[in-house]
Ligand binder design. Structure first.
Ligand SMILES: [Zn+2]
Ligand SMILES: [Zn+2]
Length: 296
């Protein structure tokens, strides 16, 4: 699993920062969280082929989170992939998508599937699930959680000792089923080690609300709106954003392991003030920058 920050600015691009976008690579899936203006170029610079994008999770339809969609999707269409790209966004996303693309000559050479999400689990396969919860912002907005499923790893020494050969029995144990071998019961709990799945949460833009704590609960990484420091709390409230301190308080109360601040106001030439503000409530915090990579 690898997370690449493609845009970390609020509102508009700056010399150093592009608007909101984060790419999460996991197995054969490439999940893009938001797609601010210029995201496809950011991906090229980061060395991420556009063909890797399988899902796009749109937090809300403010320009700094979606203006990269037309360009990105036009390019993906030209790749003539044989699969569809799934887009997930808050209520109203189908209409917003049609309105945005209505004026563009766009020959759809691939399928785009748009699903409006609100509350709870909206995608699940063998390896991971995606969930959303509504946030508090002037327009419909959701936060997303990527939840990797727990898995079991075979204790090689243990099964070797018992003489269990490679094959379906090991497969069953790995799926948590007890098996019988040479007349003896072999327990999955004894012969495998449980590896806890990781949870990554993407939360922007919002005011503090109950759902912040719910969706961030026990996240390994919380990527969060940190537009202003506490000194500009009034501005944050006025525009529906979190301060760095509020972001840290959410992390602290939710049992988050690592906090990543992002979506910075262009007024901050560097992020020291924001990090210091956050550190008064939560220690393990970093500020995202464009092209920063994290391997959870
Ligand atoms: Zn924004
Ligand atoms: Zn917004």
């Amino acid at each position: 699993m690898q997370i690449t920050f493609l845009g970390t600015s609020c509102m508009m691009p700056t010399k150093d920062r592009n608007p909101s976008a984060v790419f999460l690579q996991f197995k054969s899936d490439g999940i893009l969280f938001d797609c601010g203006e210029g995201t496809q170029r950011q991906m090229k610079i980061a060395g991420i082929p556009l063909s890797k994008v399988t899902k796009i999770c749109v937090s809300h339809w403010h320009g700094d989170h979606i203006l990269g969609l037309p360009g990105l999707l036009l390019t993906i269409a030209s790749l003539e992939l044989s699969r569809s790209v799934e887009i997930y966004g808050p209520i109203g996303s189908k209409h917003a998508f049609q309105a945005l693309f209505g004026g563009i000559e766009f020959e759809m050479k691939f399928n785009i599937k748009i699903t409006e999400v609100h509350e709870g689990r909206f995608f699940e396969d063998e390896d991971f699930a995606l969930e959303s919860l509504p946030m508090k912002h002037p327009v419909p907005c959701v936060a997303f959680a990527f939840i990797e499923k727990d898995r079991r790893r075979i204790k090689v020494d243990y099964v070797k000792k018992l003489g269990i050969p490679d094959g379906p029995l090991l497969g069953k144990l790995q799926h948590g089923e007890d098996v019988e071998f040479k007349g003896k019961k072999v327990l999955a709990d004894d012969s495998t080690a449980l590896i806890k799945g990781r949870k990554i949460v993407f939360m922007t833009d919002t005011l503090v609300n109950e759902n912040c704590y719910k969706i961030a609960a026990n996240a390994d990484i919380l990527i969060i709106d940190s537009t202003y420091s506490s000194k500009l709390k009034d501005k944050a409230v006025e525009h529906g954003h979190l301060t760095a301190l509020e972001a840290a308080q959410i992390a602290s109360k939710s049992g988050v392991k690592k906090l990543v601040l992002t979506h910075f106001s262009a007024r901050y030439k560097n992020t020291l003030e924001l990090e210091e503000d956050a550190r008064t409530a939560f220690d393990n915090v970093v500020s995202a920058y464009d092209f920063m990579r994290i391997t959870p």
